[in-house]
Design a protein around this ligand. Structure first.
Ligand SMILES: C[S@@+](CC[C@H](N)C(=O)[O-])C[C@H]1O[C@@H](n2cnc3c(N)ncnc32)[C@H](O)[C@@H]1O
Length: 259
């Protein structure tokens, strides 16, 4: 089933945990009222909307502004310290999904008077072209399941960073100008370089065991010495890399590269 799906959508099933993939496919089968794999496959092949829905579900591009608010507050002193030094600070959000993670960082930097936002440049990357398109557009909608106003409530003055039109919130140019986006596959494209801070949140949890270490290393090896790393709240530094990182705030999953 997974191989046939591979031929129908632009997706690499071998990257991901098989039990996880099967759960997502079963959920799509229930939603589309198909009972057998063969039935679902033929529905998938003849229905472009279903291909898109399946792709969305497989790559779980779920994200929030200020996801895990405690972590963002714990990051303030890190950004204050980094931006106090007279240099450009490079930050990588990998993967960035629809851009709310890198935009959260830009907003926090602009909103906190002790962080020098002018020194900070942020790169957001993801494997999904659709997510990146959404990120560049920077418009997010409050729906039954997503409350954008609530997501932004960590900021002192959220209305400075988004313009509102009914239920739609668009990130302002001052925020957008701090962030650039590009497509990057953390497995196939590997590491970058020169980052002072990197986020790798909520991808490792659903990636296949075989790829967890390469994904983690792609991000970790892109940091400068002493650079900071943030992983998701249910993730951790793999045992093979523990000697290279000190915990700055273990509960919030903020680490620092020491070798
Ligand atoms: C759950 S989101 C995480 C977004 C954000 N970091 C957060 O924590 O809210 C996972 C993202 O990983 C992306 N992704 C999946 N496989 C990837 C890969 N091999 N390389 C880069 N991004 C990938 C998906 O497209 C999706 O947008």
């Amino acid at each position: 089933m997974l191989n046939e799906i591979d031929d129908s959508v632009d997706f690499e099933p071998e990257y991901y945990n098989e039990a996880y993939l099967n759960r997502r496919i079963s959920a799509r089968m229930r939603r589309s009222d198909t009972e057998t794999h063969a039935e679902y496959l033929s529905f998938l092949q003849s229905n472009p909307d279903e291909r898109e829905a399946l792709m969305d579900s497989l790559t779980i591009n779920v994200t929030n502004f200020f996801r895990n608010p405690k972590m963002w507050n714990a990051l303030r002193p890190v950004l204050q310290e980094l931006s106090a030094e007279n240099r450009r600070i490079k930050v990588w959000s990998a993967p960035c999904a629809d851009g709310r993670e890198p935009y959260s960082l830009a907003m926090l930097a602009l909103d906190d008077p002790e962080i020098n936002a002018r020194r900070i440049e942020i790169l957001g990357t993801d494997i999904s072209d659709e997510a990146l398109e959404h990120a560049r557009e920077g418009t997010y909608e409050t729906t039954r399941t997503t409350n954008i106003e609530e997501e932004l409530s960590l900021l002192d003055n959220p209305t400075k960073y988004v313009t509102q039109d009914d239920n739609k919130f668009t990130v302002t140019d001052s925020v957008k100008s701090m962030v650039s986006f590009e497509r990057h596959d953390l497995i196939a494209d590997g590491k970058k370089s020169g980052f002072h801070l990197a986020f790798c949140r909520n991808l490792l949890i659903y990636i296949d065991t075989e790829f967890k270490l390469p994904v983690f290393e792609a991000v970790a090896d892109s940091l400068v010495d002493g650079g900071y790393l943030v992983v998701g709240m249910t993730e951790t530094v793999p045992p093979e890399c523990r000697d290279s990182f000190d915990a700055v705030n273990k509960r919030c999953r903020i680490y620092r590269r020491v070798s």
